[in-house]
Write a protein that binds this ligand. Structure first.
Ligand code: DX5
Ligand code: ZN
Length: 219
């Protein structure tokens, strides 16, 4: 299906009735399921771990887009593969040997993503972009759902999009944090391929319809 792809973030799902939300997403136009893994060290919050991911893997019919907000992610690459991750994204700020980390992810057959915090400039990716399947632009400070979108993110997305285009790469651009039906069109126009949305999807009266609206965001 054509861009934008939509990846609802389960951080905002109802963990008291996860199955219901999995079914809603299965029955929607969502392309991926976005899973936020937080360790309480890299970010000031702790989310969920392997038993939850495995449950979602066993019941979901969409690829799992796993966003690691943890220190030293190399220790867990194999475990996330076994838990069912299809796309595994690590933070630039958490990796000392990013090239090695990306290769380890790809060797296991997963797509490798690199996430940038709001303060991290695009140019730091210049020597790794050609090895990266996806760049995740954090448009809030990572750690929590429901935060306000940082406007400077548009500029970063445009800079990244130009770099990808100049180099004739097919690296995907994902944006994560404060995405709404209102700003999605401008994000797609700036170059976003994948829209992550937590609160916008799961706190809406009709998540399937909200996903459809996000999918319709166009240039
Ligand atoms: C924040 C997470 C996001 C979060 C987005 O650290 O990476 O994926 O769930 O939530 P919203 O869309 O509500 O800003
Ligand atoms: Zn995320």
């Amino acid at each position: 299906m054509s861009f934008p792809w939509v990846a609802p973030s389960f951080l905002s799902a109802d963990f008291g009735n996860l199955q219901k939300d999995i079914e809603k997403i299965n029955n929607s136009l969502a392309d991926w399921i976005h899973l936020d893994i937080m360790d309480g060290v890299f970010v000031p919050n702790i989310s969920f771990g392997f038993p939850v991911i495995k449950h979602i893997r066993d019941n979901a019919r969409k690829p799992l887009d796993v966003h690691l907000m943890i220190v030293d992610p190399d220790r867990y690459i194999k475990a996330f593969h076994e838990a069912g991750a299809d796309i595994l994204t690590v933070h630039y700020e958490a990796c000392t040997h990013l090239h090695r980390t990306i290769q380890s992810i790809k060797e296991l057959g997963m797509k490798a993503g690199v996430a940038l915090n709001p303060h991290t400039p695009i140019h730091l990716l210049e020597d790794i972009l050609h090895d990266t399947d996806m760049v995740l632009i954090m448009s809030v400070n990572p750690g929590f759902g429901g935060q306000k979108f940082i406007e400077h993110s548009y500029k970063k997305i445009r800079t990244l999009s130009s770099l990808i285009c100049e180099r004739n790469l097919d690296t995907l651009i994902e944006v994560d944090g404060g995405v709404t039906v209102e700003n999605a069109g401008k994000l797609v126009e700036a170059g976003v391929n994948v829209l992550v949305a937590g609160n916008t999807v799961f706190k809406s009266a009709n998540p399937e319809e909200t996903i459809r609206q996000l999918k319709m965001s166009s240039k």
